[in-house]
Design a protein around this ligand. Structure first.
Ligand code: ADP
Ligand code: ADP
Length: 226
């Protein structure tokens, strides 16, 4: 059974041309799927429909065998990392990472154990009491990832998570995301327009154009043309 099954997904904003137009795509358990394509092709819209931040006009979204079209984001058990990190400025790194556990009313001692575990995987343990404003871009990105991995989500969703970083840091974080994903073996959907990310991170790459799937293939089939 696929972890995420999309069939004939359509999204219309207002009465314009559909932003996502009859997309059917199965993402396997543990798979790293990349969504690529030019700006405006519908990548973010598709990701936002998976996570539940955008209503689906028609079609079926099935996650873990359950139809989730009408489920709120908090009932989908997915973790999303945004381009701008979406950290809470008034909260410490510790409380930012702990946030999904606080929402789920996890007991304090378990929160501490899980936050420390995530922080250690991401090398953030020395920064737990700092505020996001006092962190570098790469550290903020790690906090956002810490918040994503702190609970046992069914999938990670990334919306261009590295595009605000400089080239060197982007390379480091790319390696880190690859390592984390393999270590956790968690189903991942990752939006990018960066070909290097698509090539090095994905098990498969789904190419979108004007809301329609052009191709779904392993990176080497897409990028190593004769
Ligand atoms: P991408 O992430 O590939 O850049 P988007 O999913 O953001 O593409 O956008 C796909 C299309 O839908 C674009 O034409 C965009 O202008 C339109 N769109 C996205 N969000 C909205 C919205 N909230 N209201 C109206 N149109 C939108
Ligand atoms: P990106 O493609 O990098 O995700 P966009 O500039 O397309 O960024 O979109 C930024 C935000 O504006 C998103 O929340 C998107 O939903 C919204 N948006 C995009 N296009 C439109 C539009 N035509 N009308 C209203 N909101 C839009």
């Amino acid at each position: 059974m696929a972890a995420i099954e999309m069939s004939h997904i359509v999204k219309r904003y207002g009465d314009g041309f559909p932003a996502v137009n009859d997309v059917s795509l199965d993402i396997a358990d543990g798979e790293f799927m990349i969504l690529v394509g030019p700006s405006g092709c519908g990548k973010s819209t598709l990701l936002r429909m998976i996570v539940g931040l955008e209503d689906i006009t028609s079609g079926d979204m099935v996650i873990g065998g359950k139809r989730v079209n009408d489920k709120a984001p908090r009932d989908r058990n997915l973790s999303m990392v945004f381009q701008n990190y979406a950290l809470y400025p008034h909260l410490s790194v510790y409380e930012n990472i702990a946030f999904p556990l606080r929402l789920a009313k996890v007991p304090d001692d378990e929160v501490r154990r899980k936050v420390e575990e995530s922080a250690s995987v991401l090398e953030l343990h020395e920064h737990l009491q700092r505020k996001p404003a006092n962190l570098s871009g790469g550290q903020r990105q790690r906090v956002a990832m810490g918040r994503a991995i702190v609970r046992e989500a069914d999938a990670f969703l990334f919306d261009e998570p590295l595009s605000n970083l400089d080239a060197k840091l982007r390379g480091q974080m790319r390696a880190e995301i690859a390592r984390l994903q393999r270590r956790l073996g968690i189903t991942t959907v990752y939006v990018t327009h960066d070909q290097t990310e698509a090539m090095t991170l994905g098990d498969r790459v789904c190419v979108l154009k004007k809301g329609v799937i052009q191709q779904v293939a392993a990176p080497r089939e897409l990028y190593e043309q004769p």
